[in-house]
Every structure is written in C-alpha cells, then in structure tokens.
Design a protein around this ligand. Sequence first.
Ligand code: AGP
Length: 601
Amino acid sequence: MCGIVGYSGKRDAVKILLSGLSKLEYRGYDSAGIAVCGDSGAVEIRKSKGRLTELEKKLGDGVITGHVGIGHTRWATHGEPSDVNSHPHKSGMVTLVHNGIIENYVKLRDKLKTRGKSFASDTDTEVVAALIDRYYIGDAVEAIFTAAAMLRGSYALAVMFDDRPGEVYAIRKDSPLVVGKGADEIIIASDIPAFLSETRDYYLLDENEIAVVKDGGVKFYDYVKGFHEKELMTATWDVEAAEKGGYPHFMLKEMHEQPATLRDTVFPRISESGKILENELKDTSFIKQIRIVGCGSAMHAGLLGKAFIEKYARVPVTVDIASEFRYSSPVFNEGDVIVLISQSGETADSLAVTKLAKEKGIKTIGIVNVVGSSIARAVDNVVYTNAGPEIAVATTKAYTAQVAVLYLLGLRLAKDRGTIDDARYGEIVAAMRAIPEKAAEVLTHEDEYKRLASIYQGAHDMFFIGRGQDSALCCEGSLKLKEISYMHSEAYAAGELKHGTISLITEGVPVVAVATTEAMLEKTVSNVKEVSARGAAVIFVSQLEAEGGFYKEKIVLPTLDEAVMPILAIIPMQLFAYYVAIARGCDVDKPRNLAKSVTVE
Ligand code: AGP
C-alpha cells in the first residue's frame, strides 16, 4: 500500500518527510515524492520513480527549505510506476498525496475534462486533486468535504493549498491515517512507524473527519461535531512490530487484510449497473478458448478459474504449469487466449510464456498484483488484483484476489455469451459483493483453526481431498501447509483416493475434506467415510448441512453462494497452516529454500 507522511513544525520538513517515508518502505512502493511549502510560501514538488534514493538525488538538484510539507511512497494501482504518475499530484491550487483506490475516477475525470480540466497522469489521485480544486473557492474544509462526498472507494489524503502556506489537511475513508503529536509539531502518517522515533503520542483520524494542521498544531473537524477534541493515544510497541501493524508476522497481517483487499479487487470491477471489467476488457468476443498458465499458488488459482469459467461461461479452459507449458510445444487454435496469473509479475517461467504467446501471435491477459511489472507490461490486457504489496513469501491475499478476478472474468464471459440467466448472474454478483464481509466472518474463528493446528501439528503427513472446485482448492490448502510448516501433504481428488493413495491412510492420519457444492456433497461424504473407516482423522470443511459421525472435527463456513465459496474456504486452511508452522517453530514469513518471486528457471 502507499505511504503518506505530512509535517508541520519548526524543523526541516524535507528531512522529517524523508525519514518518515523510509520507515514506511516495508509497505512496498515503486516511486516516491514530496511537496514542501518553501520559505517563499510556494509549494515545491520533487518526485521520482524508483526508491527513495532516486528522490534524494532529485532533491540534491536544488535544496528546498521549509517547515511544512507532505510526502508519499507509491504502490501503483492506477497508472504504471513513472515520474509523472508519482505523488504528490497538483491541480490548480491543490497539491495532494493519496493512498487507496477511487472506483469512480474515470467518470469523475471525464466530467472534469468537460469543464476544461486536463490531466498529466493516468492516476485516480490526480482526479481527486482536480475535484478538490474545482470546489475550492477559499474554504479548504468545505472543498475537501464536497469532493470527498463524490468519491467512491478508499482514500487517505494529505492536502495543501497554494494560498494557505503552512497548512496541511488530512481526511480518510477505509485507508489508514494517524496524526502524531510532538513538541510544537505534527506528523501525519499512514502508519505509526513513520513518526515513532519522534513521538509516541498520536490521534486516530476517524472516517470523514478532517485534521487541520497549522503552526505545529492540529484541530479536528467533522460535519456533525464541527471542531472537536479527540483522545490522545500513546504507542507502546516497537518499530518492527508497528510495521506489521501489531501482528507477529506479515503473513498473519496479510491474511487479515483479505476482507479489505477482496473489496479493492472486486468492488471497482462491478459497475452500479452490474457490468463487469468494463475498463479492463472492452471486448471479449475474441476469446474462444482460455489457456491459463502460472506457477504454484497462481496455477492453483487457475484451477478454480477453470471450474468456474467452464461451468458458467461454457468456454473451454486448460490450466498449465508455466515451466511445463513453455517447453511442451503447445498446440494453439484460432481464438486461444493465454491468461497469465502472477502475483509478482516477474516469475521467469510465466514471463517466458508471455513472450512465447507474442511470438505465436496469441492474445494474452495478465492477472497480476504488481503494477508495471514485466508480465503486466508484456500482456495485451492486464487486470490488476489490487491486493497491495504482499511481503510474506507464502501468498494468501494475492491468491484469493487472483481467484476473485477469475470469477469476475467468468461472469463477464458468461454474460457476454448469454450462457447465464439474469437471475443466476445477479445471485453470483451479489455473492461477490458479499465476500469481504463473509471473509471477515471466517477470520473471527481464528482461534478454532489455531486449536486444530495444535492437535495436528505433529502429524507426519496430511491429506486434502475434495471434488470439483474443492479438489482445486485442496491443491492450495496442501501447498500452504507444506511450504511454511514443512509437513508433507498431498491434495487429492476425493474420488481418486481408492485408486492407490488410500493405501497411505492409517490410524490417525489427518485428512482435510472439503465440500462446498451440493452436487458433490454426498459423493464427497462417501469418499470421506472410506478414509474414516481406515482410521483417518477427518477435518470436514463445509457450509452445507451434512450428517455427522464421519468426521472428527468440522470447520463450519459462513453460508454464501457455492459458486464463490472457495474464496472463503481457503482462509481457514491458510490460518491452519500458519499455526501449524508456528507450533513447529518455522520461519513463517521467510520459509527455507523459498523466494517471494522466482525470477530464474
Ligand atoms: C507462494 O506462496 C506461492 N506458493 C508460490 O507458489 C507462487 O504462487 C509462485 O511462485 C508464483 O509466483 P507469482 O504469482 O509471483 O508468479
């Protein structure tokens, strides 16, 4: 996610801003910038693609002296990493930085263009600056509130006005902002680490409440209470814990981010009228068959995409491991489209397939998390997963975001091909919109998954079985367990066990059995009975009503349309794997032998 820092006080604003931004680097970024109200009163902006060191080089070109300013580290969501897309953005009298995703920025930009506004960047942020400027006729608070009321999506803003030297305004919705209070100085930030070395005292900014920072002090205003006092908090944690938002590991933090990241993935892609991926895919008529290619968890997401797209859009889908596909002399047909799935957008084998597709003249779609990454730049169309930077090596929020994008693609194709009736389409769209709150509900049962992990953390082997979409889901559940706890595990189609692997089932062997579809429930239960009869300790995962007696433990999932249940069902498995790994003393965020992005063959 982007990082914001704002400063007002008596010290060198450039130094404080750069120091604060450096403490937010853990949030992941691809460009950075600052705006400072110089001693002349003019707002001076310096920004650059790349690391903070690139920005510092630009600052060396001409020293800015001032005591008030704003700074930003950008994790690109709209517009690839570049100098011009970096923040701060200026429009008219307004200079600002932003963290979040404005879902209706295209419509707002089009409307502002009709009023003569022009735009230098591809960002949603510049649209926000232009909107505030449009309504700024002298009252900064009024202009910000008016513009904010027109925004759909998430935002944290720090704003400066040309004719208000020395003042910084902050407002937020969904994205975080905290206000650090020092001795005669204020430091606004996305997260506490930015100012922890300067002060431990801070205010939590509430949604749609404005912080007015001036002369090293702060006032808070909202429409209901007007100007009002707030409780001053004191941070008691150290810097490292603060970077993880108070969580012990990035992986746990990122699992808990999933309600928010799934919201950022899904909501901007479904228009008010229910149209899907309008901005990313103008036309889908060229898609006759889909060839999904990825590695590891990305390929597992593809397996779920296949089940969904074939069921609802009736488009044939193949799923391949990139390292196999690229050397398999693949046969292509007219209308083939290769869908590359990649969190990092830099996986060597997946990138090689992108290049192979170009050579063969095959159209490509990328489902990528890192904006402006190699795969994102190489494909014909890209749909970003908007999961924010994923620091833990084991993917969680990026995987669920990949699956959500694949389901959106399936719905779009089904609608365009008329293979789904309006009623069913509406049901699944409603379910997609409900996923964030249902994912939050699953997370409230964390202690249950932790209890199960404590029971089975000593097992030598663990099996994950299911049918249809659940078989695909088990591949990811099994991999999560293996890659962070180092416990051997296998995922198996439930109906396939009796063709060999069931010989490995002996007394007490843990088997996770997943059933999220009515059609497969009965058959899965009978397969589970086969392993129970041979002594397996079954953990049954389902939202469906089923007879008891054939499992040792049950993970009850929230009810939601079965078409999208895998996105919820994987979360208990992520947490189970996490707590098994903790119990086994493993390095959860950096498992042995693994890299976050495999940029070699
Ligand atoms: C990490 O948890 C994953 N298990 C790993 O397999 C990853 O999905 C794979 O390396 C592909 O990475 P990418 O999504 O960045 O291309």
